[in-house]
Design a protein around this ligand. Structure first.
Ligand SMILES: NC(=O)c1ccc[n+]([C@@H]2O[C@H](COP(=O)([O-])OP(=O)(O)OC[C@H]3O[C@@H](n4cnc5c(N)ncnc54)[C@H](O)[C@@H]3O)[C@@H](O)[C@H]2O)c1
Length: 346
């Protein structure tokens, strides 16, 4: 029978050294879970400093494309739940090398799901994305609408939901988290996400460049999204099994976000509009999450902007022009990190 995953259960977080993982893992540890992270550390080891020595934490430096390693890890740690975050994690970086994207976001993703089930994992939380809907004119995009992904990244995210739903049963509970674009500070900072980019521009350059501006882009504070992942471990299986949930705070056009950020940072910040052919636009309804799980985001987007400004002002991250803060730049700068022999094993 499906069961809730309560502490001191063991949770494997793939890609747990990333932007979301470095906020999520300490929360899981604080709640009393034992946590394993499988990650090749593409964005470094330093972001794990706050929890790497925790007695219930274990880092497994490795790649989900290495199927033998995944099976050996599942066999030796026997996790109760898997939170699958590992991915080439946005549209532009998924375009760098389609074979790589397929091997990680499609082939290995499916292998991880199947291996988890085969090893008796009771619950699988899958990091899908709001981008699975494609461009919709509908006022509120709800979970029952068709998935019409327009990028390779979004297509594989959608296919992952299909794979997961084909595997669920009474002993394997799977849920897909269709998150809006995330914002805010993480020990592993990303400055390639809408609000984070615009805030960095406002703080460092005194100017926000807005590409287009009319596109609707839903956003969610990183603390809210990671709270949701924690809640999904204990949510009733009958409510979540086989379900997808949109997660979003406010829907706003990119232009309106720029205005909001200027309001928080400094009214003298200049907003410059640049034409774009990036038409991705979606207006997300997160009503189902509130209705069925009572979950409501509690952090306003302004809070993320204030926290980012504080982090940039106190120089916590050192030289923020370094590639590590922008996935596509970092992956282009360091092809050796992802063209490792693991890729051949997929
Ligand atoms: N950040 C967002 O706005 C957002 C929104 C919706 C969905 N998501 C999804 O959430 C997940 C986490 O995103 P993030 O923002 O933390 O991204 P991230 O790029 O910061 O983290 C991804 C992590 O996965 C790891 N990884 C990459 N390839 C791997 C492989 N082959 N094997 C094991 N680990 C691998 C990387 O080293 C990295 O630590 C991703 O699946 C992403 O698509 C993110």
């Amino acid at each position: 029978m499906n069961r809730n995953i309560v502490p001191p259960a063991r949770v494997l977080v793939t890609g747990g050294a990333g932007y979301l993982g470095c906020v999520l893992v300490p929360k899981l540890l604080d709640l009393g879970y034992a946590v394993d992270v499988l990650d090749p550390l593409w964005f470094g080891r330093e972001p794990l400093a706050g929890f790497i020595n925790h007695e219930r934490f274990t880092l497994h430096e490795g790649d989900i494309r290495d199927q033998d390693a995944v099976n050996a890890l599942l066999a030796s740690t026997r996790p109760d739940a898997v939170i699958h975050l590992a991915a080439i994690s946005n549209d532009p970086s998924s375009e760098i090398d389609h074979d790589l994207t397929r091997s990680v976001n499609r082939v290995a993703m499916e292998q991880v799901m199947r291996a988890a089930k085969a090893h008796g994992v009771a619950r699988f939380l899958y990091a899908s994305s709001a981008s699975v809907y494609g461009i919709k004119q509908t006022e509120d995009v709800t979970e029952d609408l068709s998935l019409e992904p327009i990028t390779l990244y979004a297509r594989f995210k959608a296919e992952g939901e299909e794979v997961l739903n084909s595997l669920i049963d009474d002993s394997f509970c799977g849920v897909s988290v269709r998150a809006a674009t995330v914002c805010g500070v993480s020990p592993r900072l990303r400055l390639d996400l809408t609000i984070n980019i615009l805030t960095e521009h406002a703080v460092r350059r005194g100017e926000i460049r807005v590409f287009g501006g009319a596109q609707m882009r839903p956003n969610i504070h990183i603390e809210d999204l990671t709270d949701l992942y924690c809640q999904l471990l204990t949510a009733p299986a009958e409510t979540i099994n086989g379900e997808a949930f949109n997660v979003s705070n406010r829907n706003a056009s990119v232009g309106a976000l720029a205005e909001m950020i200027r309001g928080v940072i400094d009214p003298s910040v200049n907003i410059r509009v640049v034409p774009t052919d990036d038409l991705r636009s979606y207006h997300l309804s997160a009503e189902k999450l509130t209705r069925e799980l009572g979950f409501r985001p509690t952090r306003p987007l302004e809070q993320a902007v204030r926290e980012l400004k504080a982090a940039l002002d106190d120089d916590r991250f050192g030289d923020i022009s370094r590639s590590v803060f922008r996935n596509v730049v970092h992956m282009n700068a360091h092809p050796e990190m992802w063209r490792k022999d693991q890729a051949d094993k997929a």
